[in-house]
Write a protein that binds this ligand. Structure first.
Ligand code: SAM
Ligand code: SF4
Length: 329
C-alpha cells in the first residue's frame, strides 16, 4: 500500500504536531502574544496513536513528532512508545527546542527514536535569549549533551535571519563539527503574522550563507544520501562526518520531490506547508461510527488535494495565517 498524490509523488513521511504550546517564543515562529488551543480541541494521545497506525498501514515509513514544543506536552513519551512499536515503521523522529532533553533524552531513545532535530539559532546567551524571547542557552546546551549521552543522532536546525544571527553561521558550523552533529540552515518562511521584524528585511539566501562559509571551509557537495533527504541539500567539510544542510524554500524550491504531509494538533491533515489544502481527520476520529477503514479511506482520498507547490512572497502580507507552531515544522 502506498499513498500517491495526483502529481505522482509518494507520501511516506508524516509529521504530527502534538501541541501548539511552547516554553519559548522564537521571533520567527510566534507573535509575542499568542492564544493557544483549548485542550479539548487537541487530539488525545490515543487519537494520535490511531493516526500513526493508519498512516503506517498506508505505507508511511517515517513519523516525526513535533509542535509547538512536543516535550511540554504530558503524554508525548507515551505516544513515542506507542508509535515505536508499529510494525512497518522504519524511522521515528522528534523535533525539539532541547530545553526538556535533560529530563527525557533516555526515555526518548528507549521508545525507539534514533534521530532528533534540535533548534539552535545562536551560541551567544544574550542573542539566544532575544531570538527566543526568554530562552536560556545553557538549558539547550545541556539538552544537547543529554541527547548525545543517550546515543541519539542529532541534527541542529538554525533559522538564519540577516540582522540577528547570519554572522554566526560559521561559529554554528564549527560547533557542529566539533560535536560531531549535523546542522541545517533554514530560510525563514512567511507563516503567520509577526510584528518583531519584516520577513523580507531578514531574508538571507542559502547561497549567501554558503559563500560566507566557503571563506573558512572547503565545502564538498553530497549527493542526497537518503531517498527521503527531502528539502535539505547537504555539504560536508573534508575530514568531518557532519552534514551541513540548507533548506531553501525561497531560493531553491523543493516541492517536486515532496514526500510529506503534516497533521496539526487539532487533527487537520495539511497537504502542504505553504498552502491551506487540508482535511479534518479529527471529525473522522471522533465520529460515532468511527472505523479504521473510514479513516484510512479519508487519508487516501486526501492525497488528491496535495498542491503541486508553495508560493511564498516575502513582500506581501503572509498568505498563510497559521504560525509554524500550528503547522508542525
Ligand atoms: N519546538 C520545536 C523546535 O523548535 O524545534 C519543534 C517545532 S518548531 C515549529 C520546528 C522547526 O520549525 C524549528 O526548527 C524552527 O526553527 C522552525 N521554524 C519555526 N518557524 C519558522 C519559520 N517561520 N520559518 C522557517 N522555519 C521555522
Ligand atoms: Fe517554540 Fe519551536 Fe516555535 Fe521556537 S520554533 S517558538 S521552540 S515551537
Amino acid at each position: 500500500m502506498q499513498l500517491i498524490d495526483s502529481f505522482g509523488r509518494t507520501v511516506n513521511y508524516v509529521r504530527l504536531s502534538v501541541t501548539d504550546r511552547c516554553d519559548l517564543r522564537c521571533v520567527y515562529c510566534m507573535a509575542e502574544e499568542m492564544t493557544f488551543l483549548p485542550r479539548q480541541d487537541v487530539l488525545s494521545i490515543e487519537e494520535f496513536t490511531s493516526l500513526g497506525r493508519a498512516f503506517v498501514e498506508l505505507g508511511v515509513t517515517k513519523l516525526r513528532i513535533t509542535g509547538g514544543e512536543p516535550l511540554v506536552r504530558r503524554g508525548t513519551i507515551e505516544l513515542l512508545q506507542n508509535l515505536g512499536q508499529l510494525p512497518g515503521l522504519k524511522e521515528l523522529c522528534l523535533t525539539t527546542n532541547g530545553t526538556h532533553l535533560p529530563q527525557y533524552a533516555r526515555a526518548i531513545r528507549d521508545a525507539g527514536v534514533k534521530r532528533i532535530n534540535i533548534s539552535l539559532d545562536s551560541l551567544k546567551p544574550e542573542r539566544f535569549h532575544q531570538l527566543t524571547r526568554f530562552g536560556d542557552l545553557n538549558q539547550v546546551l545541556a539538552g544537547i549533551k543529554s541527547a548525545q549521552a543517550a546515543g541519539l543522532k542529532i541534527k541542529l536546525n538554525c533559522v538564519a535571519l540577516k540582522h540577528y544571527n547570519a554572522d554566526e553561521v560559521p561559529a554554528l558550523v564549527q560547533f557542529a563539527l566539533d560535536e560531531g552533529l549535523d546542522i541545517s540552515f533554514i530560510e525563514e518562511m512567511p507563516l503567520g503574522k509577526i510584528n518583531d521584524h519584516g520577513r523580507a528585511a531578514e531574508y538571507v539566501s542559502s547561497d549567501e550563507l554558503r559563500n560566507q562559509l566557503s571563506r573558512g571551509y572547503q565545502l564538498l557537495p553530497l549527493e542526497n544520501s537518503h531517498a527521503d533527504a527531502g528539502p535539505s541539500r547537504y555539504w560536508q567539510v573534508d575530514g568531518f562526518n557532519s552534514r551541513i544542510g540548507f533548506i531553501s524554500p525561497h531560493s531553491h524550491n523543493f516541492c517536486g520531490s515532496c514526500n510529506r504531509v503534516r497533521v496539526t494538533a487539532t487533527g487537520r491533515l495539511l497537504l502542504c506547508l505553504g498552502n491551506e489544502h487540508s482535511v479534518d481527520l479529527r471529525k473522522q476520529l471522533r465520529a460515532e461510527n468511527y472505523s479504521e477503514t473510514a479513516l484510512r479511506d479519508q487519508i487516501i482520498s486526501s492525497m488528491q488535494l496535495k498542491p503541486e507547490k508553495h508560493f511564498f512572497n516575502l513582500n506581501e502580507e503572509p498568505q498563510i495565517v497559521r504560525f509554524m507552531n500550528m503547522t508542525g515544522g
